[in-house]
Design a protein around this ligand. Structure first.
Ligand SMILES: [Cu+2]
Length: 149
């Protein structure tokens, strides 16, 4: 009887450990301040908790005329940005969008992005449903993230 109870407890613990993490999730979304008419970058962590691969195929937002997925890369001494039409998301992929790398580019902003402003972007996937991401305007990456970098 004791053994059965123990097994039941372990199962519950295992379930809670994975609880709330299903499908595709976005964490710690932030953007740098930017001016109306200019461009802005949005950064976050993209997790695929699923065993099924997917693809990030685009993004949209009310705050900018055009929204694209970009990747910055050093080409010799010059930082170049490339548009990425489709970003593969492998099973259990954990992809960081961060300054100097992948980012969502807001082109021709319709409004100023000031510190502490909040706005939404929507990520579009090949198979998964759209994800609305709440973005906070900050000077740099969120404090709690510094330890992981
Ligand atoms: Cu860019």
């Amino acid at each position: 009887m004791k053994k059965i109870l123990f097994v039941a407890l372990v199962s519950i613990l295992l379930l809670t450990a994975c609880g709330g993490e299903k499908g595709i999730e976005v964490h710690n979304a932030w953007a740098r301040p930017a001016a109306q008419g200019g461009n802005g970058g949005v950064y976050f962590e993209l997790h695929n908790h699923d065993s099924t691969p997917d693809e990030l195929i685009g993004a949209s937002s009310d705050v900018a005329a055009v929204v694209e997925i970009h990747e910055s890369k050093m080409d010799g001494d010059v930082m170049q940005m490339h548009m990425i039409p489709s970003l593969p998301l492998e099973a259990y992929a954990d992809i960081a969008f961060e300054p100097g790398g992948l980012h969502v580019m807001l082109i021709n902003l319709k409004q100023d992005l000031k510190i502490d402003d909040e706005f939404d972007i929507v990520l579009h996937f090949k198979n998964y449903e759209d994800i609305t991401v709440h973005v906070q305007v900050k000077e740099g990456a969120p404090e709690e993230e510094h330890d992981d970098m």
